[in-house]
Design a protein around this ligand. Structure first.
Ligand code: KG4
Ligand code: ZN
Length: 335
């Protein structure tokens, strides 16, 4: 069964074709970074308009490159939430209309479930059960995963998401939007112990995160000391975020008595996070799994995969064009 996947929840238009027998057949991505960079952040209305412009040409391009026709598509998966309402609507309308025209089923996919299952696109998929750290621009979640749709949220950010904290700190450092990868690059030439920054929520029990105070502490350091080396601040900030994220991961793994950690979502592309996660897991005699870098950030492949896995078990939605800008991961049905 070949499933077309459509991602349009934020500032990336992602299209992919996933075959339940042969795996990923191909994918296309159009990033709107240049469009939003001048505003220093995503402008929702511009995002929606651009998705409308890109969705059909990208799908045509992918079908052409894959040597397939629309008639080869047996199901359509699209991100129906969480995300920007207008942006979600563009993908939902396209998916539902095409499914109706092709007389095939369509299914709305939870964007964070897509991130969570993205490592299954790799040759070595993580075995269930595992702990998953989902770190994106909008969410920071620690989840126990016992199977597809069997999710228990162990902890989450009570304020800024990790990616949001990266982006806001980067902005103050004068780096372009989205700041996360730029801050990480700058951190490579800095000294991570140069600036003393807090490790919020680390000496409290529990698995929740808070990044707002850390971001403010970094910004305050820079304001009080304008001659501070930006690379040192970037490295110190990154070290603090990574320490907190992995400190909580270790706590979760020990509490759940598990040795498999999955890290996914945009911040999962951070090399320092990956390096320290590998070290931590080798101390625990366990293993860390990640999607390839391009599937850490938003993409259509993770949506096609998630939709295909759910459709294989018989799940489909009705014809109504529905989006869920706010949607709990724990409310998803088990497969
Ligand atoms: O998952 P994603 O593409 O979109 C959302 O669903 O939010 O995540 C985007 C976030 C942004 O905040 C971006 O700055 C961050 O991921 N990010 C990084 C890195 N690459 C992307 N943060 C830190 N280090 C990176 N290498
Ligand atoms: Zn995402």
């Amino acid at each position: 069964m070949i499933v077309l996947g459509i991602e349009s929840s934020c500032d990336e238009t992602g299209i992919a074709l996933y075959c339940t027998n042969r795996g990923l057949l191909g994918h296309e991505l159009h990033s709107q970074i240049d469009l939003h960079a001048v505003y220093g952040g995503v402008v929702p209305e511009l995002a929606s308009r651009d998705h409308i412009r890109r969705l059909i040409p990208l799908t045509r391009q992918l079908l052409h490159k894959s040597g397939l026709q629309t008639s080869d598509i047996a199901g359509i998966a699209y991100t129906s939430g969480p995300g920007l309402a207008g942006a979600l609507m563009t993908g939902a309308v396209m998916a539902r209309s095409l499914a109706w025209a092709l007389n095939c089923p369509a299914i709305g996919v939870h964007h964070m479930e897509g991130h969570l299952l993205a490592p299954m696109l790799e040759a070595e998929a993580p075995p269930f059960p595992f702990v998953c750290l989902l770190v994106s621009g909008g969410h920071t979640l620690l989840v126990r995963v016992d199977g597809i749709g069997q999710y228990r949220v162990l902890g989450e950010s009570i304020d800024d998401a990790a990616g949001e904290a990266f982006d806001k700190t980067a902005k103050v450092l004068g780096l372009p939007y989205p700041g996360g990868p730029h801050l990480a690059k700058l951190a490579e030439s800095g000294n991570a112990s140069a600036v003393k920054l807090p490790r919020p929520m680390m000496n409290r029990p529990g698995l929740d995160f808070s990044f707002s105070g850390l971001k403010t502490a970094a910004i305050t350091e820079l304001r009080h000391n304008p001659s501070l080396n930006p690379a040192d601040l970037a490295a110190s900030f990154q070290a603090a975020v990574v320490d907190v994220l992995l400190g909580k991961c270790e706590r979760a793994l020990r509490a759940e008595k598990l040795q498999t950690l999955v890290i996914s979502g945009g911040v999962g592309a951070n090399q320092q996070l990956r390096k320290q996660a590998r070290e931590m897991l080798s101390e625990l005699d366990g293993r860390a799994y990640y999607p390839r870098l391009e599937f850490c950030t938003d993409n259509g492949a993770m949506i096609a995969l998630t939709g295909a896995l759910r459709m294989k078990s018989g799940a489909t939605d009705d014809l109504a064009v529905q989006i869920q800008p706010r949607w709990s991961l724990e409310s998803l049905p088990a497969v």
